[in-house]
Structures are given as C-alpha cells and as structure tokens.
Design a protein around this ligand. Sequence first.
Ligand code: ADP
Ligand code: ZN
Length: 601
Amino acid sequence: MKKEKDKQKQKNNLFTILIIILLLVIAVAVISYMFFTIKNKKEEEEKITYTEFLSDIEEGLIESVKMTAGSGTLEVKYIDRENEDDVEKIMIPNSQAFIEFIHEKKAEGIDVHLSVVPSGFLAGLKANLLSIISTTLMVVIVVMVFKMQGLGDKGKVYDGVQNKSKVTFKDVAGLQEEKQEMIEIVDFLKEPKRFLDMGAKIPKGILLCGKPGTGKTLIARAIAGEANVPFISMSGSEFIEMFAGLGASRVRKLFEKAKKLAPCIIFIDEIDAIGSRRTSNSGAESENNQTLNQLLVEMDGFETNDTIIVLAATNRPEMLDKALLRPGRFDRQITIAPPDLNGREEILKIYSKEKKLSSEIDLKSVAEDTAGFTGAELSNILNEAAIIATVNKHEEITMDDLEDAVKKVTVGLQKTSRVISDKDKKLTAYHEAGHAIVSKYLETVEDVKEISIIPRGVAGGYTMYKTNEDKFYISKTEMEEKLISLLGGRAAEKLALDDISTGASNDLEVATKTARDMIVVYGMSDKIGPISLRVDDVRELEFYGTEIEDEVGKEIRSLIETAYARAIQILNANRDKLDAVAQTLIKKETITQKEFDSFFE
Ligand code: ADP
Ligand code: ZN
C-alpha cells in the first residue's frame, strides 16, 4: 500500500516538474517571438521604399544588390556605407520583372552588382532557430506528459507478494457467503495444478455486481492478498478517455502484463464503460466497440492454465453486452449487496478502530439506523462524526456526534441559521406531524424516531423512522401503507390550513414512483395482473397495446387516491393529536420518540 503511494507521489512530482518545464518553454517561445517581431518592426522602420531605391539606383548610389529568390525582398548595399553588413532591406513587387529591370540598368551603364541566392533553408533556419528549438522541446514534453499520463502502460500493479499491508478477507466485513465463494478462487490461484489435474475448469471471468461503495474493489483485492498474487487494476473509463483507438491497445497491454505476472488477478472497475451493449456504429461507440472486441479477444485468448482471473465490477449488469457474459468470459456473477445489520455493525467496528470513540457509543444502534447503507457510506459517517466532534470541541466522539453524522448523511446538513417565518413553521409542523400521526395508526410502518421542523439539506423538516430489521421482501400491504404515510404530510396541510403547499413535492414523487413500481414491476395490481411491464426498450410496450398504458395510469391514480383518502380519514379521527403534536413542534422544533409516544398514552 505504502509503496504504491510512494510510486504515485513520485509520479506526481515528476508530473509537476514536467508542467513547470512546459511553462518555461512556452515563456521562452513567447519572449523570442516578441523579440523577433520587435526586431522586424525596427527593420521595417529603417526600410527605404521601392521608389527611393529606384531613384538611388539612377543616381548611382548603390554598390550591389542581393536578392533571395522567391522571397520578394532585396538587400541593398549603398556605396557610402563602410560596413559590409550595413544593408537596407526593400520589398520588391515582382522579382522576375525586377531582375530584368536591373539588367536594363546595367545595360545603361550603371554599375550594379546583382547576386541571387537560392531561397535559404539555412537563412530561414538561422532566423527561426530559437522557435524551432522551443517547438521541438514542446512536442517532446507534450509526448512525455501523455506517456506519463499512461497512454502507454496504464495498469497499476499492486504486488500482493511483497506488500506487507496487503488486504485480506479479514479486512472485508460481512459478506460471508461472497467470501466463501471466493475461497475457491484463492485456492485455484495458489495451487492451480490440483484443480487442473482433476479436470476442473476454473472461471476466467467473474462479474461483481453491486452499488458503488459496497466493497467490490476491496474483495477483489482481498482475493489477491489471500492468494499472494499480484493485483492489476484498471478502470473501464480509463480505456476510453482521450484518444480514439487507444482503448484496444491498452486492453492488449493489460493482458500482456498479466501473462508475464501470472498467476495474478486483473480487476476491471466500471466495466460497463466499455462493455455496454453495442447498438450503433457511431463515434464514441465504435471506439467502445474496438475496446470491447479486444477485451473479448483477450478473454478468449488465454488458457485456463494461464492462471489469470479477471474480476470486473459493475453497477448495471443489465447494461452489459451479452457477448461479455458468454461461457468462457464473465460467466459467473456475484452480487454484492449492501451489508445487513450484522455486516453494518462489523464495518462500523472496523472503521471505528482508528477513531477516538467515547465508551457510551452503541454501534449496534447506529447499524440499526443505517439500513441500506454501503460500506463506503458507513465509513463516511464515522469520518463525519469525527469532524463534528472536533468542531464541537469534544474530547471524544460522542453518541450525539455520531447520530448527528447519520442525519447529516441521510437528511442533509442542519440549517440553523435559516430564518423561517411563523407561517412556514406552522405549515412544516403540521406537515411533519401529519406524517408521524398517520404512521402511528398503520400496522407495518416503522415507529417514528424523531420529528423535527429544523431544516436540513433541502428538506424543511423531517420525520425519521426506526429501521429495526433488514427486510428482504416488502408486501403489498406494506407498500400501500407506505403510500398512506407519505401522503400524511399533504393531508395534514389540507386539514389544518385548508391549503396545500409545495412542501410535499418530494413525498409525492416517492409515492408516485412506489405506486408505479407496485403495478409495473411487482405486478400487484388486480386489474393488470401479475405481469412485469418493466421493459428494456419502450418499443417493447407496443406488444401490450395502448390500452394497458391507460390502465397503468388509472391504477397509479387509484392507488394514490385511496392512500390519500385514508390519510385524511386517520387525521380527521385524531384531529386533537394532530394539533397537539404540531403545536409542540412549533414550540420545541424537535420531538423525540418518547415525547411523541406520550401523546398516545
Ligand atoms: P466498490 O468497488 O464496490 O465501489 P470499494 O471496494 O471501493 O467499493 O469500497 C469503498 C470503501 O468502502 C472502501 O474504503 C472500503 O474499504 C469500504 N468498504 C466497503 N465495503 C466494505 C466491507 N464489507 N468491509 C470493509 N470495508 C468496506
Ligand atoms: Zn413530507
């Protein structure tokens, strides 16, 4: 790890030096250019005109004339000048006619010596030497910079063998099943012969699917670490940047390097950047195609006894070109889901090791509040907590700091400085109270954890729910009730203020999307039935006819309307509680779970 960082540092230093040289060269070029133009200007000032020259030649003042062929200029030496180099430069209109003119003059007895020199490569060279040098230097440097950027050799090798601080499965929290599956890969990398003797074929390519930050890179690295083999990594987007046609050659080089280092692991992050479906043959896409084709060729080209395993990561496996997923290529898929409750606690434990935590901290309860969070987000929360603790001048990170960090990451930063009018306060209070009270009367909606009308991020207020269990499936009832609690805010506004506001826009967005998913994705509508209308391409919908589109629209509206009516009904029946909670909110701004529950005792 450290070595790799040093390398990176060195590379950065060199890069800075190159940039400085580049700037120097540009400066020299600019200065020399200015110098030359000033000099030229001076020369221009001294120039005599063509007519003056003609009269001077008639008067016999001129000793000799030198002409550079094709240049249109003339160097004239006057008889009275002593210095050999003291010449005047004149522009002449047409050199051929001029030569004839001089011959005429000679014939008339005027003594003029004319010499014509071929258009001078040498003369030009002399004048332009400085700019030629600087241009060459610039070209050289630009090429070097591009080389450094890695147009040539882009794969980063993390040598798992020599690296002491290597990543192993111990560093990967949770993901038990995934690790289990990977152990067989580790064994193969360690002792390929055993597997091959048995006649087993080990997959060449494994696709890791999952949201960013779920630890795909981490687990790939851990495999290399466990097996003690080099880890070569590259990101899909690196293959397509900058110049056309380079992607394919980079892929080739990557595999060449891997073959030299085998047994080893190649890790391609964001493979969807190169491996998206091939649709047309235009521009960036055909570049994409070349890169993808090269990748396919390379995957097919090495034998299983090369002991190279290619791991690729993507967030959108459905976007990938089917050719990539054929047998012999990425024929194994492993989905890395966001960690479950235990996984989250473990990850929090790993990242809290380097932080000063107070003993009161209960990581389990933080894990409970962070369902759906990825490993990266969890480590981010601990970092935020450390920042908040520092700002608050605490000795250690307290539970409050940590909870604040969770809120900061989930709902946004608290905006205490924002001035809120009493009218807005009342509106927000009723809106949030509406969510909370409606939820209280629903079976499946989680308990309210905190209600607040202090703005955070873009939200004017928020109602936080407990998330006690990690759910795998969500029932239709749960989804319907979720709609009701989402619409509770708007319903409360309508009842208490007899007006509605823009404050519910996000609720409505989520509700509508939920309703649509219920029908289109999960087939929960009785009218439409258990079919999936989730299609890759809108044209596929034609198959169902326009009738079904109308039907979907009607069903979405009906789901939302039913939910809204139910929210109104609950709030109507509990109007006293709505008023009480809203008034308390206006006074105290934040209500905890305990305080909220006391309204219902
Ligand atoms: P991905 O490649 O899926 O986008 P990374 O592997 O780069 O995610 O992980 C992002 C960050 O989150 C890393 O710092 C990693 O250490 C951390 N992380 C993610 N999942 C885990 C996990 N299960 N255990 C420990 N750390 C994790
Ligand atoms: Zn709301």
